[in-house]
Design a binder for this molecule. Structure first.
Ligand SMILES: *Cc1c(COP(=O)(O)O)cnc(C)c1O
Length: 317
């Protein structure tokens, strides 16, 4: 029996999806004469400001429809931090208590503003065990987005589906990965249990272990991107669009430029689409701030010069 609360909750989530407009595609300027166009799908226009909004909505919907979240259930998540604001938003929309378990260095500010609670743990790999234990203790539900993402039912909120309606031809797949993350070495070596145990310096992406939601067989190519290059490329996106994007958007631009370079070498024409994962004035104090980058040993300058040579002068990558 589906409760009246669950019916109402699912209806609220669907209504929220209906009134949230499709995120725009922005053209990223490339030198004249290139037969390739680059588009940025701007997920910073989501109500909670990042691409995690879609997945958070789908996870709540699925857990409610299957009875794992009911009226009053405390919702618990293990997260590097990027997912927490979007989930706190939906917990509040549905009147559910929400607790995010995150590494010490992650900020819980946005979560608390939305009425959620943060629990910080160390080392970063302890978030999973702590979230599971906490959910059991309070009789709550551990959403586990790293695992659930592999089999999520998007109910029309899917980024890929929305994108395919906005472009003429189906784009190829590409995935980028920052330093210290397990995805690239795990994908390249075929080791499904690869672990680095190290936190990523690029906010919002990268994981210390291969997550179950990452399905290597579905991925055509993983491009590892140096963190300093991500910072340089995020600054370049800001220069060209005015948006204070996070460093992860720089990682995306860098990966897209690697792919475009391959296409041009092979005389392939077409559109490449990547994602603006988030944009927020607080990034003016992170990757766009010289002192922030220097204190982390991230020398973006040589990478910025490389971007200028390619984008402003059409020189080889
Ligand atoms: C969102 C996401 C991350 C980052 O996780 P958070 O817990 O949101 O910080 C890492 N890997 C993948 C594949 C993701 O989708």
């Amino acid at each position: 029996m589906i409760s009246a609360w669950a019916v109402e909750a699912v209806a609220r989530l669907d209504a929220e999806r209906e009134r949230t407009p499709a995120t725009p595609l922005r053209r990223f300027p490339l030198p004249d004469g290139w037969q390739v166009r680059l588009w940025l799908k701007d997920e910073s226009t989501q109500p909670t400001g990042s691409l995690k909004h879609r997945l958070a909505r789908a996870l709540f919907r699925q857990a409610i429809a299957s009875g794992r979240i009911a009226e009053g259930t405390t919702v618990v998540e293990a997260t590097g931090g990027a997912m927490a604001v979007a989930q706190a938003h939906f917990a509040r929309l549905l009147g559910l208590p929400y607790i995010a378990v995150m590494p010490e260095k992650s900020s819980g500010e946005g979560v608390e503003r939305l009425g959620g609670t943060c629990r910080h743990v160390d080392p970063p790999l302890a978030i999973y065990g702590e979230a599971e234990k906490l959910a059991e203790e309070v009789g709550g539900h551990y959403l586990d987005h790293y695992a659930a993402a592999a089999a999520v039912d998007w109910h029309g909120g899917d980024l890929a589906e929305e994108l395919f309606g906005q472009v003429a031809e189906c784009p190829h797949w590409v995935v980028v990965d920052p330093e210290n993350s397990a995805y690239f070495p795990g994908w390249a070596s075929g080791a499904a249990d690869y672990s680095t145990g190290m936190p990523s310096r690029i906010e919002g992406i990268g994981r210390p272990r291969m997550e179950p939601g990452f399905v290597p067989d579905l991925v055509d190519l993983v491009v590892p991107v140096p963190d300093a290059a991500s910072v340089a490329a995020a600054r370049r996106v800001r220069q060209d669009t005015g948006l204070p994007v996070g460093a992860a958007t720089g990682t995306n631009l860098w990966g897209a430029l690697e792919l475009i370079t391959r296409m041009r070498a092979q005389h392939v024409r077409g559109d490449v689409v990547t994602v603006i994962g988030d944009a927020d004035p607080r990034h003016l104090r992170t990757c766009h701030d010289d002192a922030w980058a220097e204190s982390r040993g991230l020398d973006w300058r040589p990478h910025a010069t490389r971007l200028e040579r390619l984008l402003d002068h059409g020189e080889p990558w």
